[in-house]
Design a protein around this ligand. Structure first.
Ligand SMILES: [Zn+2]
Length: 131
């Protein structure tokens, strides 16, 4: 499972379930009381290979490619999801809540409105691609 982390120094990097430290600054990650947003970028006939930019609570969290899925590790609580693309910065900006009871929010995103908006919607776990 591809997982994305952000250390307190602001380094964003990909790892997996075994990742415990930031590879850039060697800082130990704070992983207690954390859940994740699993974001899946649905395939799009507009065939845009350009990455979409991910922002959580207005903080950049890297990019997501076409048909890619990434699990973003975040502390429990409310988080605003904002996704941008080279053609648009409009997004419906959903807010999700991660908790011990529901640690993972499954979300899917795609270009909508003829490419002029990015729509991010709640999804079911079975809608996520196998990894
Ligand atoms: Zn770091």
């Amino acid at each position: 499972m591809k997982m994305r982390f952000r250390c307190s120094q602001g380094h964003v990097f990909d790892g997996n379930e075994d990742t415990k430290v930031c590879p850039n600054c060697q800082e130990a990650l704070q992983l207690d009381n954390c859940g994740a947003i699993q974001l899946y970028r649905m395939g799009n006939m507009m065939g845009m290979a350009v990455g979409m930019g991910i922002y959580i609570d207005d903080t950049p969290y890297g990019h997501i490619g076409n048909t890619e899925s990434v699990r973003i590790v975040l502390p429990f609580g409310e988080h605003k999801i904002h996704v941008t693309h080279s053609t648009t910065r409009k997004c419906n900006d959903p807010v999700v809540t991660l908790s011990a009871q529901e640690p993972i929010a499954y979300m899917k995103c795609h270009l909508a409105a003829m490419g002029f908006k990015i729509q991010v919607d709640a999804a079911k776990p079975e809608e996520m691609p196998k990894m």
